[in-house]
Design a protein around this ligand. Structure first.
Ligand SMILES: [Zn+2]
Length: 182
């Protein structure tokens, strides 16, 4: 009997499934990576493994030990922006930070590759952007910054106009009090 069409297609379908990463893959450095020591295990039962770490990673994987090889993530240097408020001077009332990140054994290919992590320190967690998503976000942030600058200009002009109006009212009141012509 001839094989059914579906069974004939199975080997081809299996071949199309990309090989999934494993912790063992971390022991092979690819271009842009170097081998670094990583401390793995629970305190008292830890071992040092050599892992492939991207050149942009600033994590000391010995100081920042992990319970398992699969838990090792790579992080670049972080940079951020924050602002205080009239009502909370000196406090970082709103903050945003961004850094490079990769998780070598993540299910998602985009998470395994280098990408941009953006966070605000809130409980909602970090946001992971592919390079393309990060470029779009950057363009939108630049446009938003322009809006903030425009609002600042409008507020300053409104305050200046209100100040001139206040001064005029005060001058009129003073002339009334001194009996002068209004
Ligand atoms: Zn690393």
């Amino acid at each position: 009997m001839a094989k059914s069409a579906s069974s004939q297609h199975i080997p081809a379908a299996l071949a199309a499934i990309p090989q999934q990463p494993t912790a063992a893959d971390q022991s092979i450095a690819r271009p842009g990576e170097r081998m670094v020591p990583a401390l793995i295990g629970w305190p008292g039962r830890q071992t040092t493994a050599l892992i492939a770490c991207p050149e942009w990673c600033e994590i000391d994987h010995v100081d920042n030990w992990a319970h398992a090889l699969e838990d090792v993530d790579h992080y670049g240097e972080d940079d951020g922006w924050s602002t205080d408020s009239v009502l909370q001077p000196g406090d970082a009332v709103i903050e945003l930070y961004a850094r490079l990140h990769s998780d070598p054994v993540a299910d998602s290919p985009a998470m395994r590759e280098a990408h941009v992590l953006i966070g605000d320190g809130s409980a909602s967690g970090d946001c992971y952007l592919t390079p393309e998503m990060a470029e779009r976000a950057a363009d939108e942030l630049i446009a938003f910054a322009s809006t903030v600058r425009h609002l600042a200009r409008v507020a300053r002009q409104a305050n200046a106009a209100a100040g001139r109006s206040r001064r005029r009212v005060q001058q009129v009141e003073l002339r009334k009090l001194s009996g002068g012509a209004v």
